[in-house]
Design a binder for this molecule. Structure first.
Ligand SMILES: CC(C)(COP(=O)(O)OP(=O)(O)OC[C@H]1O[C@@H](n2cnc3c(N)ncnc32)[C@H](O)[C@@H]1OP(=O)(O)O)[C@@H](O)C(=O)NCCC(=O)NCCS
Length: 70
């Protein structure tokens, strides 16, 4: 199936990346390791998993540290 719409997540992230590229050398964030839609979105836009923060959310769920370098 050909996807004819770009999702809002991609649009927002594209704009954020454009702004950040003008002013900085990287973007870094935390995301719940179980949040696959978000983890996949960030991977699609070139973010790499640089580490894990154990029990970061509610002392229960782990977080990936994901970073994109320009
Ligand atoms: C994560 C989120 C922002 C993605 O937004 P979206 O508009 O659905 O994403 P897009 O349609 O632009 O999709 C872009 C990519 O995200 C990933 N993705 C989106 N939905 C997905 C799903 N249900 N399962 C797996 N991957 C998914 C895919 O890699 C997708 O690329 P593809 O279409 O080429 O496969 C959205 O799911 C959301 O708002 N989630 C709740 C809030 C949240 O988790 N925010 C992030 C906190 S760190």
């Amino acid at each position: 199936m050909i996807k004819d719409k770009i999702g809002i997540g991609s649009r927002l992230l594209e704009e954020l990346i454009k702004k950040a590229e003008e002013n900085s050398t990287l973007i870094t964030l935390e995301v719940n390791t179980e949040n696959l839609p978000a983890v996949n979105l960030y991977k699609k836009f070139g973010f790499k998993i640089l580490g894990t923060r154990k029990k970061y959310y509610n002392n229960k769920f782990d977080a990936y540290i994901m970073t994109k370098f320009f």
